[in-house]
Design a protein around this ligand. Structure first.
Ligand code: CP
Ligand code: NVA
Length: 305
C-alpha cells in the first residue's frame, strides 16, 4: 500500500512531529547553499515526481520542483488541462498510467474526492497539493515557521484564524489537534469549517468575534476571502470585512505575535499592507519554508521517515 498524504491526519501525531523535525534539520544542514545543490545524502536520487495542477500555483509548484532537485530527484509538472484528464479520461485511469512512470504524484485539484479517487487507484504515493477541502502541505510550512520564530514546539501556543473556514483552515484544525495548540477561528456565519471536523477536534473553537479570537494570540493567520474556483461577490466581501487583519487587531495579540498568510495576498481585503509588510509578518519565511516542508512530506510519503 502506497503512503498517501491527503490530510495531516494521515500522518498522525508522531508522524507529523517527525516530519517537522526532518524539515527543520534539512533546512539547517544546507544554510547558505545555492538552491540547486543536492543534499549530501541525495535520498531521492533517481526518483521522479509528477506534479499535476488543475488550478494555478506559484509556491506549491516551485517548492515541489526545488524540493525534488535538492533530494536528488526530478519533477515533471503537468497542467491538468494539457492532459487527457482534461478531455474526460478518468482519474482512476490517469492514476494507473502515472504509476507506471513516476515514483510519486502531487496533485492540486478542484475536488478533494478526485484526489481520494486518484490515491485509491495509484500504485505510488499521492500528495494533496491543495483541494477544496484541505491544504496540508501549507500547514507543515506554517508550523515550521512558527517554531522558528517563537519556540521549538507549537504545543500550547494560541493561534487565531481570521476569515474563511475552508481548505487552509481545515488543515490548521487538524494540526491543532495533532500538535496540541489552541486555535480560535473567527469566521462569519455561513463560512464555518466542516462541522464534523470541528466536532472531533480538541482545543479548537469558532467565534464570530475577531477581537476575541486574537486576544493574547501568539500567531494570527488569514487567507484570501475568495478561494480559487469560488464566486466572490459583494455579499461575501461584506461578510468578511469585520475579519480583516489590521494593525489595530494585531495590537490585541501578544506583543511577540507573528502574522502568517499562505499567499497569494490581497492587501486591503483580508489583511492591510502595514500588517503583511510589517515587522510581525513572517509570510516570506513561510513561503520559503514550503521547500523544506515539501522535502519532509516527500520523504514521509516515500517511506524514508
Ligand atoms: N500558498 C500556496 O499554496 O500558494 P500557491 O497557490 O502559489 O501554490
Ligand atoms: N484558500 C486558498 C488558498 C490558496 C493557496 C484557495 O483555495 O485559493
Amino acid at each position: 500500500m502506497a503512503r498517501h498524504f491527503l490530510n495531516l491526519a494521515d500522518v498522525g501525531c508522531a508522524g507529523l512531529r517527525a516530519l517537522l523535525d526532518a524539515a527543520h534539520a534539512r533546512k539547517a544542514a544546507r544554510a547558505g547553499w545555492p538552491q540547486g545543490r543536492v543534499d549530501g545524502d541525495a535520498p531521492l536520487a533517481d526518483h521522479v515526481l509528477a506534479a499535476v495542477f488543475e488550478k494555478p500555483s506559484t509556491r506549491t509548484r516551485l517548492s515541489f520542483d526545488i524540493a525534488m532537485r535538492q533530494l536528488g530527484g526530478a519533477t515533471i509538472t503537468l497542467a491538468a488541462g494539457d492532459m487527457q484528464l482534461g478531455r474526460g479520461e478518468t482519474v482512476g485511469d490517469t492514476a494507473r498510467a502515472l504509476s507506471g512512470y513516476v515514483d510519486a504524484i502531487a496533485i492540486r485539484a478542484n475536488r478533494h474526492a478526485d484526489v481520494q479517487a486518484l490515491a485509491a487507484e495509484a500504485g505510488v504515493p499521492v500528495i494533496n497539493a491543495l483541494t477544496d477541502w484541505s491544504h496540508p502541505c501549507q500547514i507543515v510550512a506554517d508550523v515550521m515557521t512558527v517554531e522558528e520564530s517563537l519556540r521549538s514546539s507549537v504545543a500550547g501556543l494560541r493561534w487565531a484564524w481570521l476569515g474563511d473556514g475552508n481548505n487552509v483552515a481545515h488543515s490548521l484544525i487538524e494540526a491543532a489537534d495533532l500538535l496540541g495548540f489552541e486555535l480560535a477561528l473567527a469566521v462569519p456565519e455561513g463560512h464555518d469549517p466542516d462541522p464534523a471536523l470541528l466536532a472531533g477536534s480538541r482545543g479548537v473553537h469558532v467565534t464570530r468575534d475577531a477581537a476575541a479570537a486574537v486576544r493574547r494570540a501568539d500567531v494570527v493567520v488569514t487567507d484570501t476571502w475568495v478561494s480559487m474556483g469560488q464566486a466572490g461577490g459583494a455579499a461575501k466581501m461584506a461578510a468578511m470585512a469585520p475579519y480583516q487583519v489590521t494593525a489595530a487587531l494585531m495590537a490585541k495579540a501578544l506583543p511577540h505575535a507573528v502574522f502568517l498568510h499562505c499567499l497569494p495576498a490581497h492587501r486591503g481585503e483580508e489583511v492591510t499592507g502595514d500588517v503583511i509588510d510589517g515587522p510581525q509578518s513572517r509570510v516570506w519565511a513561510e513561503a520559503a519554508n514550503r521547500v523544506h516542508a515539501q522535502k519532509a512530506i516527500l520523504l514521509w510519503a516515500l517511506g524514508r521517515l
